[in-house]
Design a protein around this ligand. Sequence first.
Ligand code: NAD
Ligand code: TYD
Length: 351
Amino acid sequence: MHKTILVTGGAGFIGSHVVRLFVNKYPEYKIVNLDALTYAGNLENLSDISSKPNYIFEKGDITDTDFVNKLFERYSFDSVIHLAAESHVDRSIVNPGAFISTNILGTVNLLNAARHFWNDDFKDKRFYHISTDEVYGSLGEEGFFTETTAYDPRSPYSASKASSDHLVRAYFHTYKLPVVISNCSNNYGPNQFPEKLIPLAINNIKNNKPVPIYGKGENVRDWLYVIDHADAIDLVFRKGKTGETYNIGGNNEWKNIDLIRKLCEIADRKLRRKKGASAELIIFVKDRAGHDLRYAIDSSKIQNELGWKPSVTFEEGLEKTIDWYLQNENWMAGILDGSYEKYYEEQYVKR
Ligand code: NAD
Ligand code: TYD
């Protein structure tokens, strides 16, 4: 079947893995990647597939109503996979406005455009909204988030994502827009912007810089390898039931301090340092405001109903991740010196 799919946020971390998967796996689909190329967007993430005939990049902002409407007019999308977002909790604490704008208003723009252009004829249409487990709030030492856990977001980031999830569901109930939502735990892997814990720690360890742990490092996150998330997204896109939500997680909980110690151990081996050398870089710094204690996902619904399960263990995923960052020093250097932001101009404007 020929489909034209709009992927938003495809130049970011998870979006680039989703775009690559779809472009390679479905040569009969046209994949249009809409991305504003904020600080988090990096077209180098997609340099290996950018000249494929079924891939198109469009630079633009999902908060720009006219632009979004024109794009729907031009391409007549069958489906939307919506990943574009402001995604970093610490930035949301400093500047909540950008999160309200992109995550809430941008999502509403896309919902409105889909509803308008599909004109209530929703056959074979799908609006897939990618969200986070952070909408459920913070757990104590016990329990897991399920798809029916009440929303209780506690940071401006999670509150903006919760709001967008509610709006997506509201468009399903009110207008019958054929939506599906998934809420995933913390991702890690290649191409993650080095403001997030794992790439930041790898880069600092490699460069013998302090590795900052917020508070006492007791906070717990459930980690999933990004390529397993992309596979889950493919599955939910194809087989998920309209109107439903699927939780995606690695069943892989780690206290931050234990995770960083593990990373240091692997780094010692890969960097041929004496045992314990990298861990000496760990420093404890002021805690994040409102720092959620624990996230943990019950992913039995997607496992039982759609047959998904993670393909790599955490040890394998971490090894692959560290190898990738050590072998792709130019990628990291481009981010650190800002030159990655020139890629769009060189590839798309000057040609
Ligand atoms: P990211 O920050 O790496 O990438 C976000 C992308 O969106 C960037 O390419 C950026 O340029 C683009 N973007 C931002 N604002 C835009 C706008 N106004 N218009 C168009 N494009 C815009 O994020 P990520 O970590 O890849 O997350 C992708 C999605 O997955 C987000 O919706 C996030 O909430 C969700 N999610 C992330 C995680 C995680 O661990 N990273 C876990 C669960 C869910
Ligand atoms: P992060 O990667 O920002 O993801 P999220 O806040 O969405 O879970 O942070 C993961 C955990 O690591 C979180 O508990 C905050 C903590 N953290 C640190 O201890 N030090 C750091 O430098 C960063 C960026 C995060």
